[in-house]
Design a protein around this ligand. Structure first.
Ligand SMILES: [Zn+2]
Ligand SMILES: [Zn+2]
Length: 345
């Protein structure tokens, strides 16, 4: 048996000459600085962790900061924390932390106080936004035409959608500005790699051509920095347009992966060609040249329809032996009427 030098009790084991109870009374097992600093972005509220900025509630950030600054003696067997904070002004929180643990089967509770000081600093992306930062310009133009508002808005929406997806993964890329120009639109983007990927995706989907130019924009860490300009020139044709090749009238059924699916309006045969092959073709018109015509009568290979322009009955070849409804969509081109094979575009 051993004797506690403090209370004189006989115990099996001493800690620094003391029994368990006296040891617990004379020592503090936890330590917390009286002041802890947190940095948040005044614009978006993100919290700084060393060199990264994270979206986090202030409550969680305070909890993490306290846990990170708290020292607990290794001889304690695990511990739990309860925390209560109150705001004092806009940038100071006064927190009381109660730490509960056990030492050799005896419960220990210690209470600590700290002041959380919130420092304000613009995060990287907010400071870039404020500085109108951009690394690349995506220029949208058209071949022999100006892209429609609808086309440009769809492109901008797709870019934003991709940015939103990246934001969910913690990477923030933004559009610095959108500048309409006479021939289309210029989209200023904060990230070069993203813009490059985006222009490739759009090119694959919409066809057309890409032209890349770079301009030296300064130095960073001893390396020359470039600002890239990606010019995406949309093709003269779009899905739903009619084009001609000599005397042939063709319908642009789809554009995908830079392949164009054309429907020969005379035979209704479909073929897929490389988008480069579209260069020699001529624009006839978009889907607005389609008219609804009344079917007067029909046989296997022919139909008599009412020409919607002249109201005369005209014989029209049926490319396939199908039964027509009471009306059908037609295209009249060079005085000939073609039956349109689809209900929709
Ligand atoms: Zn004792
Ligand atoms: Zn921010």
């Amino acid at each position: 048996m051993k004797i506690c030098i403090e209370c004189g009790k006989e115990v099996a084991e001493l800690y620094d000459g003391l029994c368990r109870e006296c040891y617990i009374k004379s020592y503090t097992f936890t330590d917390l600085p009286g002041r802890i600093y947190l940095t948040t972005c005044p614009k978006c509220g993100r919290v700084r962790y060393k060199n990264s900025w994270r979206e986090e509630s202030i409550d969680n950030a305070i909890r993490k900061a306290i846990k990170g600054s708290l020292t607990v003696a290794p001889e304690l067997e695990g511990h739990s924390i309860s925390l209560s904070c109150r705001a004092k002004g806009k940038s100071v929180y006064i927190c009381t932390i109660s730490i509960t643990s056990t030492f050799k089967g005896l419960e220990i509770t210690e209470e600590k106080f700290t002041e959380i000081i919130i420092k304000k600093e613009l995060c990287r992306s907010c400071s870039r936004k404020a500085g109108h930062y951009f690394e690349a310009i995506l220029q949208i133009r058209g071949d022999r035409r100006v892209p429609t508002d609808k086309e440009m808005n769809e492109i901008i929406d797709e870019i934003k959608e991709n940015m939103d997806n990246l934001k969910k993964q913690g990477k923030e890329i933004f559009i610095t500005k959108i500048v309409p120009t006479r021939g289309g639109v210029d989209i200023y983007i904060s990230d070069r790699g993203f813009t490059k990927k985006m222009v490739q995706t759009l090119h694959n989907k919409l066809g057309g051509t890409i032209k890349t130019t770079s301009k030296q924009s300064g130095m960073k860490d001893g390396r020359i920095q470039y600002r890239m300009t990606y010019l995406l020139r949309l093709p003269y044709y779009r899905k739903g347009d009619f084009v001609s090749k000599g005397e042939k009238l063709l319908y642009v059924k789809s554009i995908e992966r830079r392949k164009v699916q054309l429907v020969d309006m005379d035979s209704w045969e479909r073929k897929v060609i490389d988008d480069k092959m579209m260069d020699g073709l001529k624009m006839v018109g978009d889907y607005s040249i389609l008219r609804e015509a009344v079917v007067v009568s029909q046989s296997e290979n022919e139909a008599q329809i009412l020409d919607p322009y002249t109201f005369a009955t005209v014989d029209v070849k049926k490319p396939h032996q199908i039964k027509l409804e009471k009306t059908i969509k037609i295209v009249k081109w060079r005085d000939r009427i073609y039956l349109f094979p689809y209900q929709d575009l």
